[in-house]
Design a protein around this ligand. Structure first.
Ligand SMILES: [Fe+2]
Length: 185
């Protein structure tokens, strides 16, 4: 696997200053949660910094990029181009950095969530919602929950995400609905 320094350098070269700062904030939270929940800190650090590596690919190039990386898109992703970066990012990190399957899955599901997420997957999902660059109230509430109970924090943010998607009249990925039902248990 590629060193942290190299991953940091490649991610920095692909992102705007603002998005790179977001990535640093997600990495910091991922480290914090990994320490609390006994997950490999190096892995949390790497997925945190790299999770949005392809988020700034121009919209018109995203489907082509997915094809080039050998990523299959479903009909929802073809309509909701903002979801594509999770799958392409995961494949990119596998090919370019040699990330493990679990690390790639954390990146792949960091936007939608899914049922039966591993601890690393939950950590990345929640670090993305609760980094210190997130200034909305829910980020602070969710951060306090996440430090105590990852599953409760997943339930909280999946519910909020669905509310926000409905307000926005955007399309909901089925993985988000399945994850919401799963964590509601
Ligand atoms: Fe992110």
């Amino acid at each position: 696997m590629e060193s942290f320094e190299k991953v940091y350098e490649v991610v920095k070269s692909k992102l705007s200053e603002k998005r790179f700062y977001h990535s640093i904030c997600v990495m910091e939270r991922a480290i914090e949660y990994a320490e609390i929940y006994g997950v490999d800190v190096e892995q949390a650090k790497l997925v945190g910094i790299a999770h949005d590596v392809l988020k700034e690919t121009p919209k018109e190039y995203r489907i082509t990029e997915a094809k080039e990386l050998g990523v299959e898109l479903d009909d929802i992703e073809i309509k909701a181009l903002s979801l594509i970066h999770s799958k392409t990012g995961a494949k990119f990190c596998e090919k370019r950095f040699g990330f493990s399957e679990e690390m790639c899955n954390a990146i792949k599901y960091h936007t939608t969530g899914r049922p039966n997420m591993s601890t690393l997957e939950k950590i990345l999902y929640l670090a993305d919602c609760t980094g210190k660059d997130r200034t909305y109230e829910e980020a602070k509430i969710g951060y306090e929950i996440a430090k105590k109970d990852l599953d409760k924090a997943m339930q909280y943010f999946l519910g909020k995400t669905i509310e926000w998607i409905l307000e926005d009249k955007s399309i909901i990925h089925l993985d988000t609905v399945k994850a919401y039902n799963f964590f509601l248990k």
